[in-house]
Design a protein around this ligand. Structure first.
Ligand SMILES: [Cu+2]
Length: 66
């Protein structure tokens, strides 16, 4: 399970955009987004760097969760 903090995420639209970006790389991924905690959890077999790039591509900066 990968966890990222995404400080710039602020609403359901952001959550949906991030989920869409991750699923664009890995349609089998399971993605859960907690907008309030600004946290994204991903279960995927794809390399973490590619998932992070996809999130960046959607306009959000993922940081490793503390
Ligand atoms: Cu938003």
């Amino acid at each position: 399970m990968l966890r990222y903090t995404v400080p710039s995420m602020s609403c359901g639209h952001c959550a949906a955009a991030i989920e869409r970006a991750v699923k664009g790389i890995d349609p089998q991924a399971s993605v859960s987004v907690d907008v309030r905690a600004k946290e994204v959890s991903i279960r995927s077999n794809v390399e973490p760097a590619r998932l992070a790039d996809a999130i960046r591509g959607a306009g959000y900066e993922p940081q490793p969760a503390a």
